[in-house]
Design a protein around this ligand. Structure first.
Ligand code: ADP
Length: 250
């Protein structure tokens, strides 16, 4: 089986919009526990790839398999989320009028639905989980702060924390450091490396910031015109003449 040993397997995936191929026979294999960075010029198909993995867009052709054998092309967005695939968009969508703790509490109880869940008591174990997550995302001293009062970077970390409350097996992060200061970017790289280190989840990070890509030190996949142009270490792909041509124009 070609997908054996993979957490995510895309093979020959194509998506057309009005005859324009946003994805063109895209193939990508991610190992369990792997951290992968995706780069590529605007319009390369990065967002469409994330949309296909999360069930927002159905491919016209190709295989999309999770955990070797779960066919994601047959599932809808909520079914895919329930498998443990979480996505963070560029813009943080935290509840601004709730505290950091309450945002995490809601995310933890999300399966019970809506704000009414804030009326139920938390178990000691759930409290510990939230405290540990706040420490992990660097917001241990912001528990009672309103999310709306956090910096842009802190909101992004809170949203990553909210994804962590769901025990995701695969996290998709779309430009996590866009708009961040240098020190926030550095802290985010450390957070993502920390998340990758425990081996229980895989991460796909789409990013433009090459300093950040370098800090992650992960295998890099370069998308161009809907398919993979190059794959390897940042050093390898930066020396690749095809990649240089695409980024610098001919
Ligand atoms: P990236 O995220 O790498 O910038 P996208 O996946 O957003 O690239 O887009 C790939 C191409 O597909 C672009 O040319 C874009 O204009 C086109 N595209 C994406 N989504 C749609 C859509 N819903 N309808 C029409 N064209 C789209």
């Amino acid at each position: 089986v070609p997908a054996a040993g993979s957490i995510l397997y895309l093979d020959g995936v194509s998506v057309s919009f009005d005859g324009f191929k946003a994805l063109n026979a895209l193939s990508l294999i991610l190992a369990p526990g792997e951290l992968r960075t995706i780069v590529g010029p605007n319009g390369a198909g990065k967002t469409t790839m994330m949309d296909v993995i999360t069930g927002k867009t159905r491919p016209d052709e190709g295989d999309v398999l999770f955990d070797e054998k779960v066919d994601l092309t047959r599932l809808d967005e909520s079914e895919i989320a329930n498998l443990g695939i979480g996505r963070k968009f560029q813009k943080p969508t935290v509840f601004e009028h709730l505290s950091v703790f309450e945002n995490l509490e809601l995310a933890l109880k999300a399966d019970r639905g809506a704000f009414a869940t804030l009326m139920f008591w938390l178990s000691g174990e759930q409290r510990d989980t939230i405290d540990a997550t706040m420490a992990r995302i660097g917001l241990a001293d912001k528990s009672r702060h309103l999310a709306g009062a956090l910096s842009h970077g802190q909101k992004q970390w809170l949203e990553i924390g909210m994804l962590l409350m769901q025990d995701q097996r695969l996290l998709l992060l779309d430009e996590p450091v866009a708009g961040m200061t240098d020190s926030e970017t550095e802290a985010t790289a450390q957070l993502i490396l920390d998340l990758a280190r425990d081996g229980s989840r895989s991460l796909v990070v789409v990013e433009h910031d090459m300093e950040f890509v370098r800090a992650l030190g992960a295998k890099v996949t370069v998308l161009h015109e809907g398919s993979v142009l190059a794959e390897g270490t940042l050093e390898t792909i930066q020396a690749d003449s095809k990649v240089i041509e695409v980024y610098l124009g001919r």
